[in-house]
Design a protein around this ligand. Structure first.
Ligand code: PMV
Length: 346
C-alpha cells in the first residue's frame, strides 16, 4: 500500500503480578521456568504511536509528555529485535507517547504494561499497512516478551501462564496463554493492594537478578519447584482452594527473595518493614480467619492478596495496622482486570 500520511495506533495494557515467579532466562528473553500471573485493573500503561514513512526509521519517546533519554536504550533494543517480524519499523519514524496510571518504583511492573501496550500498537500499525485476518494475540505476547519477559503475560486479562510444561500442550516459552482451566469465581474477583515500603529505585535491577540465576547453586531445584508450583496453582485456581493458594503464593514470594539472598554476589531487597508487614498479615489471617496472603515482586513492597468478599474488613485493618508501616502511609489498591484495549479517538 502506498501512502504518506501518518498512521496512528493507541492501546491500553495492564501490569500483572506473578504468583509463580519467572526468575532466570535464556536466549532471547525465554524463561528458564514457567510462571503464572494475573493482570491488574487500575495499573495500566497507555501508549500511542504515530508512524510516518522515513527511509531511516528512528523513533522518539515521551513518558507523561516528557522526553526520557533513560528509556531509549531499552526501546531501541526492543525495536531492533521486533524489526524481523514487523518490517514497518525499518522504514517508519515512530513517535511513541506513553503514560502510566501508577507511579514508578512502587512494585508495579511498568515494563510489563508498557511493553505490552507498545507491542499492541506496533502489531496494529503493521496490520494497517499489510492487513492480515486479525491481530494474533499470541504473536503480540511473543513481541511483548522481547521487550520485557513478564510483559508476555500482560496481553490478556485474568490469569495467564507463560513458559513451556510438557503437561500443558498449549504452553510456550515464546508467548503466554490464558490458564487452560475454568477459574473458580473466588479467584476471578481477586484483590492486590500494594503496601509501599520503599519507593526508591532498587539497588539491583531485575535483569541483573535474572542473570545471577545462570550459575546459581539452587538453579536446578528452583526450576523444579516452579514447574511443580505452576501445575499446583492451576489446579488451585480451578478448584478454588484458598488454603493451597496462600501456602503456594507466600512460598513462591519468599523463594524469590531467598534466591536473591543466596546469589553470588548476594543481595537483599527486603526492608525491616517488609518483614513486619508479613508478620502482621500472617497474624491477622490466623486470628480473624480471613484468607489474606501476600506476594512480592523483586522489591521491598508487599502485595496483599485477598478475595473480594473481605474488602471491607481488610480496608479497616489497612488503615489501623498496615498504613503506619508503609512509606507515607501509602497503599495502592488494585484488583484483577480485563486486559488490553484499543483506544479509539481520544
Ligand atoms: O519481566 P522482568 O524481566 O522485569 O522480570 C520480572 C520478574 C518478576 O517480576 C520478579 C517475576 C515475574 O514473573 O513477574
Amino acid at each position: 500500500m502506498q501512502y504518506s500520511r501518518p498512521l496512528t495506533s493507541k492501546w491500553q495494557a495492564p501490569s500483572n503480578i506473578a504468583i509463580v515467579k519467572y526468575w532466570g532466562k535464556r536466549d532471547i528473553q525465554e524463561p528458564v521456568n514457567p510462571s503464572v500471573s494475573f493482570s491488574l485493573s487500575e495499573a495500566v500503561s497507555r501508549t500511542q504511536i504515530t508512524s510516518t514513512p522515513s527511509e531511516d526509521g528512528g523513533f522518539s519517546f515521551h513518558l507523561e509528555g516528557k522526553e526520557v533519554p533513560g528509556f531509549h536504550g531499552k526501546i531501541s533494543k526492543f525495536l531492533e529485535l521486533a524489526m524481523g517480524r514487523l518490517p514497518m519499523i525499518k522504514n517508519h519514524f515512530l513517535k511513541i507517547e506513553s503514560s502510566n496510571t501508577f507511579p514508578h518504583s512502587t512494585g508495579i511492573a511498568s515494563s510489563a504494561s508498557a511493553m505490552s501496550a507498545l507491542a499492541f500498537c506496533l502489531a496494529d500499525l503493521q496490520q494497517q499497512i499489510t492487513p492480515k485476518n486479525s491481530l494474533d494475540i499470541s504473536e503480540v505476547s511473543s513481541l511483548a516478551r522481547l521487550g520485557s519477559g513478564s510483559a508476555a503475560r500482560s496481553v490478556y486479562g485474568g490469569w495467564n501462564l507463560w513458559g513451556r510444561l510438557t503437561e500443558i500442550p498449549e504452553s510456550s516459552d515464546h508467548y503466554a496463554v490464558p490458564v487452560p482451566v475454568s477459574v473458580d469465581p473466588v479467584f476471578q474477583e481477586f484483590h492486590d493492594d500494594i503496601l509501599i515500603v520503599k519507593s526508591d529505585k532498587k539497588p539491583v535491577s531485575s535483569s541483573e537478578g535474572h542473570a545471577l540465576m545462570n550459575y546459581h547453586p539452587y538453579r536446578t531445584g528452583r526450576i523444579k519447584q516452579a514447574h511443580k508450583n505452576t501445575l499446583s496453582l492451576i489446579k488451585i485456581l480451578e478448584t478454588g482452594d484458598l488454603d493451597g493458594f496462600i501456602e503456594l503464593a507466600e512460598s513462591e514470594a519468599l523463594s524469590l527473595h531467598a534466591l536473591m539472598m543466596s546469589s553470588t554476589p548476594s543481595y537483599t531487597l527486603l526492608q525491616p518493614n517488609s518483614l513486619l508487614l508479613i508478620e502482621k498479615i500472617r497474624e491477622f489471617r490466623k486470628t480473624k480467619d480471613i484468607p489474606v496472603s501476600f506476594t512480592m515482586d523483586a522489591g521491598p513492597n508487599i502485595h496483599l492478596l485477598y478475595p473480594h468478599e473481605f474488602s471491607k474488613e481488610i480496608a479497616q485493618w489497612e488503615d489501623t495496622t498496615l498504613k503506619p508501616l508503609c512509606e507515607d502511609r501509602r497503599i495502592i489498591t488494585d484488583y484483577i482486570g480485563k486486559g488490553p484495549q484499543k483506544i479509539i479517538n481520544s
